[in-house]
Design a protein around this ligand. Structure first.
Ligand code: ADP
Length: 477
């Protein structure tokens, strides 16, 4: 059987189970089910000569976890620099936050080259290589330069910006060329697919062929929408809590779970909740918004700015509306483990998921899967989350429109049980059908189609991801 080689920016300790990341389960499931390699950065940052900068490997069952540290300059210019201060903001259409600094791109290429050199020594001719996310766009090109002709697939977990924004990246041609070295590029939505086709046209004179592939730099690349899913059973099988028997006066609980990132629309969310309180005084003292925002990339200015803005906004809304024994916004600056997460989702009448731009957003799917079908909560979802393309039975809102979101909160709280159940049933069906194992199977099938690297009759053997030991991979860290 061919090995699956997963390559991601970050490889985590498989023994920990408390980190965020729905993908960790499916990664763990692939790793368990067949011979595989998981390759990437081990999270350590070292001075040259401090520790061995080369690869170390740990075998767990059939799996080789192969990882390496980053040097300090690589961490600064490849990770914080090009990946998270150029590609992340531009891919989320925030050109205003992009920092096109000298030196970032060359270090980005150097790290990809170094990773490719190290991975090359481990590869066999029939390995299927699946590279994840924006940190590693040039991996395939670097591997091809080393003579690798294996199937190489890439999945971008972020959104794809409109071509005009992408063209602002000084190195856009090099990136397009690097993308052309893959056999398959998987994206979250149809909207992303159409943006990438446009990008290839404008940045690399790419042409859409009648077989659906794109001809670019002399190669034919498949570009498909393969939306990421979650491990539905983990969230669905947890205990359902009865919100009607709360010991205090709080009858309505709204939950927000996000990484603390400027793409997540948190200030707009707080303002919308403030507007709701202003317009609906009867709800005061009976409703809370619990926002759990896990800090990431804290050394970057854009992230410390958003943190200060949120502290001041929640403070001012709480200052304005709090009463003795009641605070409207509970704002928590840390992550919670998955069990706790499931409990919070299932205890909340409203899931408020309002990013300004998001590749997919798994939180909204986790919220749906955690609801009690007899008395489910209501999902309010931004039209700019990739998930909105699938979850059309949520209350879809424009997160920039504060009045609209405030109104949606009221509609959600007052929605009749029959409608809540009906919407939930439709949403749950979609979340279940597009679960994480399905996502994985679809990607690998598409990658190996037209080739015999992976026998199709083996595909059904990929596990469902249910109840497997958790890893801790969060790709967007
Ligand atoms: P992103 O990939 O941008 O972080 P997602 O909505 O796709 O956004 O979330 C990825 C995963 O991280 C989800 O499984 C979610 O449960 C988890 N997560 C996000 N924020 C938190 C948090 N504050 N605490 C714990 N887990 C979190």
């Amino acid at each position: 059987m061919s090995r699956i080689v997963l390559v991601s920016n970050r490889v985590n300790d498989q023994s920990k189970s408390t980190h965020s990341g729905g993908l960790s389960v499916v990664i763990a499931s692939i790793l368990q089910s067949q011979p595989s390699i998981w390759f990437g950065w081990n999270g350590a940052v070292s001075e040259i000569d401090d520790i061995d900068p080369h690869l170390t490997g740990v075998s767990i069952g059939n799996t080789l976890i192969a990882s390496l540290p980053l040097m300090e300059s690589e961490f600064r210019d490849y990770y914080l620099g090009y990946s998270n201060s150029v590609l992340w903001p531009v891919f989320h259409d925030r050109l205003d936050l992009a920092q096109f600094e000298n030196g970032y791109y060359s270090e980005y290429r150097n790290v990809n080259r170094r990773f490719a050199d190290e991975l090359h020594s481990l590869l066999r001719p029939d390995d299927i290589v699946w590279v994840h996310d924006y940190h590693l766009i040039p991996m395939a090109l670097e591997l091809r330069k080393l003579g690798i002709s294996n199937r190489l697939g890439f999945f971008l977990h972020t959104s794809v910006p409109p071509a005009q924004s992408y063209l602002a990246i000084p190195e856009h041609r090099e990136l397009s060329r690097a993308l052309s070295a893959y056999d398959l590029i998987g994206l979250q939505t149809q909207y992303d697919v159409s943006n990438l086709i446009d990008i290839f046209k404008h940045s690399a004179a790419g042409q859409l062929l009648s077989n659906g592939r794109i001809s670019v730099y002399g190669r034919q690349v498949k570009v498909l929408s393969i939306p990421v899913g979650i491990d539905v059973n983990y969230f669905n099988l947890g205990p359902h809590f009865d919100t009607e028997n709360e010991p205090d006066d709080i009858q309505h609980r709204i939950v927000g779970i996000d990484r603390l990132d400027y793409t997540k629309g948190l200030p707009q969310k707080f303002r919308a909740f403030g507007r709701f309180l202003e317009q609906n005084p009867d709800y005061r003292a009976h409703i809370t918004l619990s926002q759990i925002a896990q800090p990431t990339r804290e050394t970057l200015e854009a992230y410390s700015d958003i943190r200060s803005e949120l502290e001041s906004l929640s403070g001012s809304i709480n200052g304005q509306y709090s009463e003795l024994g009641w605070v409207p916004i509970t704002y928590i600056n840390r992550g919670v483990d998955r069990q706790e997460l499931q409990r919070i989702y299932s205890q909340s009448n409203v899931g408020l998921v309002t990013p300004l731009r998001d590749g997919m957003n798994l939180v909204c799917k986790e919220y749906v899967a955690s609801q009690n079908p007899d008395s489910p909560g209501v999902l309010i979802l931004s039209q700019f989350a990739g998930a909105a393309e699938q979850l059309t039975d949520a209350l879809i809102v424009n997160p920039y429109n504060i009045d609209e979101v405030a109104h949606a909160i009221k509609c959600a709280l007052e929605m009749p049980l029959k409608e809540r159940r009906h919407r939930h049933e439709l949403l749950y069906e979609k979340v279940k059908r597009g679960n994480s194992a399905q996502w994985c199977q679809t990607f690998i099938s598409a990658l190996v189609a037209d080739g015999d690297f992976y026998p199709p009759h083996e595909l059904h053997k990929l596990p469902t991801g249910d109840q497997l030991p958790l890893g801790s991979m969060s790709l967007a860290i």
